[in-house]
Ligand binder design. Sequence first.
Ligand SMILES: Cc1cc2nc3c(=O)[nH]c(=O)nc-3n(C[C@H](O)[C@H](O)[C@H](O)COP(=O)(O)OP(=O)(O)OC[C@H]3O[C@@H](n4cnc5c(N)ncnc54)[C@H](O)[C@@H]3O)c2cc1C
Length: 333
Amino acid sequence: MKKNRLSDSIWVFGDYRNYFQNRVTLQLIAKGKELAKELDKQLIAVVLGDQVHQYAMEYVAHGADVVVAGEDPGLMEYQVDTYTAVLARWVEAFKPQILLAGATSFGREFFPRLAKRLHTGLSADCVALDVEKDTGLLVQTTPSFGGELLAEVVTPDHKPQMATVHPGIFRELPHDPDAFGCIIYPEIGPLPEIRVKRMRTRPQQTHDIRLEDAAVVVAGGIGLGSKELFGMLSELADLLGGDVGATRPAVYAGWAEEERLLGQTGKNVRPKLLISVGTSGALQYTTGIQGAETIIAINRDPNAPFFKIADLGLVGDAVTVLPLLLDALRKRV
Ligand SMILES: Cc1cc2nc3c(=O)[nH]c(=O)nc-3n(C[C@H](O)[C@H](O)[C@H](O)COP(=O)(O)OP(=O)(O)OC[C@H]3O[C@@H](n4cnc5c(N)ncnc54)[C@H](O)[C@@H]3O)c2cc1C
């Protein structure tokens, strides 16, 4: 068995809110484990809260070698001040090499503050992680210049090397009920005074959308020209047993809910089949669909950049092509 080394290891911060929807922690544990193997280090999941034992067990079942857990009634609710104080204390004590979190609303607020407290850098919204062969440094690939370029960032002089990663980029490991791991509960220390008072909570409106799990995704862009034409994508998705995604302009036009946004600022999907209609193929969008096994692009412009990455391209006007496609599929079911 590997030596139990908390220091010098790879840490993944456990965001367990909406556990069944938000799988980014499990995805990061899987990727972190791969990196840990390459670097001969341990993968540690860190979890804070009140009753977190069940999550700690889940993280072990999904691949964590060790879980560092902090239980305290004062940590029951996420508060950036308390979470930063505890995690900064533990990072200073245990000195992990790498510290990762999901680029969720949570990670995007918490990690920049933590990085500042630890005097280290942070690559936000990464879309890939790797290890530099000669140095063993973490290569953090992140969109830059408004998403026009992908930058590879390394942090040679400061530790830990910190990154937030977009949900849906990596695949979680299957749940293994026989997995063996160790859960430790270090001292938490005094918690800072909470400066934010919650007056009331309002549940977020949820639509039953699990785009990330859909085997088929039909995505539409602003080229569809109208909400009515965009609406045809729902029937197409239903006929194919899939779900509907959208580009940012289509969401801004009010044709689709924000939850359906694909890409750098939206969701990443990995369906077996992705059909994209009236989308040009901007990098900020294709970042979110590059994991699809087969991509079919429908665009009336034969020079649309999307055709360069699509497996199959259909040059045609969506106004004509979509009804024909629907007719053909209706006859098959
Ligand atoms: C920081 C930043 C982050 C961003 N994040 C995202 C993101 O997460 N997701 C995202 O989607 N975008 C994002 N964007 C926007 C992105 O850069 C593109 O502007 C956007 O993806 C383009 O959407 P589109 O393909 O629908 O529109 P367009 O680029 O306008 O493409 C429309 C396409 O439809 C075709 N078309 C027109 N009419 C028809 C027709 N009748 N039939 C068939 N084809 C037709 C056209 O030929 C064209 O190729 C981001 C931008 C920035 C700066």
